[in-house]
Design a binder for this molecule. Structure first.
Ligand code: SF4
Length: 259
């Protein structure tokens, strides 16, 4: 699943140009200092990526749930290419449950792992029919027991379809949380709790979008563009990547961030 931002003049490089350049700040000495720094990062990223949002197209919680299942190992762009036909053909959980699997497979084939994804979608649709009146439940504990639905998917649905704040830990968010010195954990659930402890609850969903975009566009896993980073002065890992502003700007991937 992918979340996007925008291009200039609000992109990270443009924003970074207005932020004082920095050497790596000292590690936050107290928990209060860490909280303040984390919230400052979130505010800074909100300015750098004002259009951050869920990049999956959907109009109902069920559509988002299905789209998020399809987004595993697949770009959101590709998911959005198949879902108009899928959602038109199968408008509710009952339709998915009763579908010929081969018909679902044929439509979602471009998203990869189409047999497993079809099994998940039909399996979750049957549970929605049997236990929830065909509706997507609003509780994390009810979502994570659905086939193909992990904690990340559940939080995507809660945060973006129901307005229930959630932190969606993917590879980008986990990397950012560690580089920013918010946690040393690698386990996604522990990262989720560590980030949740630092940021205001109402910010969880949007902060997740922003951090993922930042990871995709600027703070790449191999070569972070530190010299074009809008939170460089708040990041203890500044210098892990390219610090020369011109060279770093060339590393920034343009938005919207997809893929
Ligand atoms: S790009 Fe560099 S300065 Fe920015 S968050 Fe990543 S490691 Fe920190």
């Amino acid at each position: 699943m992918v979340l996007s931002g925008d291009g200039p003049p609000f992109g990270p490089a443009a924003y970074a140009a207005r932020v004082p350049r920095a050497s790596s700040p000292a590690p936050a000495r107290s928990r209060l200092a860490l909280v303040r720094r984390a919230r400052a990062v979130n505010r800074r990223l909100a300015e750098a990526y004002p259009d951050a949002r869920c990049e999956l197209d959907f109009t109902t919680p069920l559509e988002l749930l299905v789209a998020t299942v399809l987004s595993a190992q697949c770009t959101d762009v590709r998911v959005n290419q198949v879902t108009p036909e899928l959602f038109a053909r199968f408008p509710d959980a009952a339709a998915y449950a009763a579908a010929d699997p081969e018909e679902v497979e044929a439509i979602i084939h471009p998203t990869g792992f189409f047999r497993a994804k079809t099994r998940s979608i039909q399996g979750l649709a049957r549970i929605l029919e049997e236990r929830h009146g065909g509706q997507v439940p609003r509780r994390l504990e009810d979502l994570v027991v659905l086939p193909g639905v992990g904690r990340k998917t559940a939080n995507v649905v809660l945060g973006n379809a129901f307005g229930v704040p959630g932190i969606t830990v993917d590879t980008h968010l986990g990397r950012l949380a560690r580089r920013l010195g918010w946690t040393e954990e690698t386990d996604p659930v522990k990262v989720e709790h560590a980030v949740g402890d630092l940021l205001e609850r109402k910010e969880w969903t949007m902060a997740s979008h922003r951090l993922v975009i930042h990871g995709r566009r600027v703070c790449h896993s191999r070569r972070p563009a530190c010299g074009a980073c809008p939170v460089a002065d708040l990041c203890p890992s500044y210098g892990e990547g390219e610090t020369d502003p011109v060279k770093a700007a060339a590393l920034v991937r343009p938005g919207p961030a997809r893929g």
